[in-house]
Design a protein around this ligand. Structure first.
Ligand SMILES: CC(C)[C@H](C(=O)O)[C@@H](O)C(=O)O
Ligand code: SF4
Length: 469
């Protein structure tokens, strides 16, 4: 018998029943369900219309993040068409079901994947689902967390269990030491650029290696967050002392004697040395440079000191065709240098890079400097707690003195839902995770990058290398 992977262990400890003889599908117990107003309110309403109660309201948490206004001093007003309807439905159904809602006036409000660890909702070794694709972010805490569809969300709410076809497993080792200016976002973009946006093959990916262990928790969450752009089913990083320290004392984490018991069990949450994975990959980070996307997929990314590639350099004819289309949309030509490309907007925030450490990293470049006059720069903290903590150390002033807008927490312009947007065809450098056509507004061209690269670019008025600051 080979050893077990961390994924195998969590799977086995949550399996209620195998659904076939080979054990390739199982009914899994779900520890936590998270919801947001864009998809969660609808799932709750549909359930209540069918006369089905939420089975275990204390294990379900909801927040308002996707279509809420993020203007300073916001009200219930939202520019998103039918946005108020989503918000109202979520409020009504959360109240009816008796589940905890982190509403707009609640200090615990924020992007669903950001508030979960802040509140100690995600725990090592737990299963957590949410009808949102970036739920895999929470694998950074050693939880099996994945995004589900709305009918699955209804099933999970009604039964606290889900039928799951067991995903294959992958291990990705990041070896070597990260050079100056290279962070988790660059590691993720480099991996996706190398292997393609389908490289993760719907596997549960365990990230390992010194370059992962040395990341702070914000960085680990960035890496796990981007994994869905690599087509991962979910992610895992074996939880360590950093994770335990971060969760200790959080409102929904176990307390007292229960904490001690939990901690003792969490120390076993790692893959056995002889665990087998269906796919093994590795990437040496020591030669990486800060990355920037040039196209309309996160796989369209290159080193900031590089050039826009020739579409014909892509691995297949279909990829070459997609790259050609991407360049047309992005108004770029092969061979053009990436650094120096003029931009008109910069965005810092989202569940990828909207945490306190991300804001600190950006602020370290912005301090005492001003963004270029033609650049509209916006910072949206990932949660109200991130916002408060940032304000407590004066980061809001650093951002506003530099010319950034300082906003209320939410998803904001990470995605265009018909509300607030960048101007048509604007070129934006953004810490978010998706850059497909129209993602941040009609015709808007998005360049994905790390917080320091976005800060450097905002200051320069063009895509810029953070290492030169
Ligand atoms: C609206 C929501 C379902 C969606 C997702 O699942 O990811 C959003 O968060 C996104 O990033 O596009
Ligand atoms: S911040 Fe962006 S990627 Fe994250 S959940 Fe919100 S819309 Fe989705």
């Amino acid at each position: 018998m080979p050893g077990q992977s961390l994924f195998d262990k969590i799977w086995a400890s949550h399996r209620i029943a195998d659904l076939d003889a080979e054990g390739s599908s199982a009914l899994l117990y779900i520890d936590r369900i998270m919801l947001h107003e864009r998809t969660g309110g609808v799932a709750l309403r549909s359930l209540s219309q069918r006369g089905l109660p939420v089975r275990s309201p204390r294990q379900v948490f909801a927040t308002l993040d996707h279509i809420v206004d993020t203007f300073p001093g916001r009200s219930d007003m939202t520019l998103v068409p039918s946005g108020s309807e989503f918000i109202r439905t979520t409020r009504e159904e959360a109240r009816r079901a008796g589940i905890q809602l982190f509403d707009l006036d609640d200090e615990r409000q924020g992007i669903v994947h950001v508030i979960s660890p802040e509140q100690g909702i995600v725990l090592p070794g737990a299963t957590l689902v949410c009808p949102d694709s970036h739920t895999c972010t929470q694998g950074a805490f050693g939880a099996l967390a994945w995004g589900i569809g709305s009918s699955e969300a209804e099933h999970a709410l009604a039964t606290q269990a889900l039928r799951v076809r067991k995903p294959r497993s992958m291990r990705v080792r990041f070896t070597g030491q990260r050079p100056h200016g290279v962070g988790a976002k660059d590691m993720a973009l480099a991996l996706i650029a190398r292997d393609g946006a389908d490289g993760g093959q719907r596997c549960v990916i365990e990230f390992e290696g010194e370059a992962v262990q040395s990341l702070d928790l914000a960085g680990r969450q960035t890496l796990c967050n981007m994994a869905v752009e690599y087509s991962a089913f979910g992610t895992l990083i074996a939880p360590d002392e950093q994770v335990f320290a971060a969760l200790k004392g959080r409102p929904y984490a176990p307390q007292g004697a229960l904490w001690e018991r939990a901690l003792a069990s969490w120390r076993w949450l790692r893959s056995d040395p002889d665990a087998r994975f269906d796919v093994e990959r590795s990437l040496d980070v020591s030669g990486l440079a800060p990355m920037i996307s040039w196209g309309t997929s996160p796989e369209h990314a290159a080193a900031i000191d590089g050039v826009v590639p020739e579409p014909s350099a892509q691995r297949s004819a279909s990829r070459a065709e997609a790259a050609g289309r991407a360049l047309a949309y992005m108004e770029l030509t092969p061979g053009q240098r990436l650094a120096g490309l003029p931009i008109t907007a910069a965005f810092i925030g989202s569940c990828t890079n909207g945490r306190l450490d991300d804001l600190r990293a950006a602020a370290s470049l912005l301090r005492g400097r001003r963004v270029a006059p033609q650049v509209r720069a916006i910072c949206v903290p990932g949660s109200t707690q991130v916002k408060r903590a940032a304000e407590a150390e004066g980061l809001d002033r650093v951002f506003t003195d530099a010319g950034f807008e300082w906003r209320e927490a939410g998803c904001s312009m990470c995605f265009f839902a018909g509300g607030e947007s960048f101007a048509r065809a604007e070129r934006v450098v953004s810490t978010t995770n998706r850059n497909f056509e129209g993602r941040q507004g009609p015709q808007v061209r998005t360049h994905l990058a790390s917080p320091v690269t976005v800060a450097a670019s905002a200051l320069s008025g063009c895509l810029a290398d953070p290492r030169s600051f």
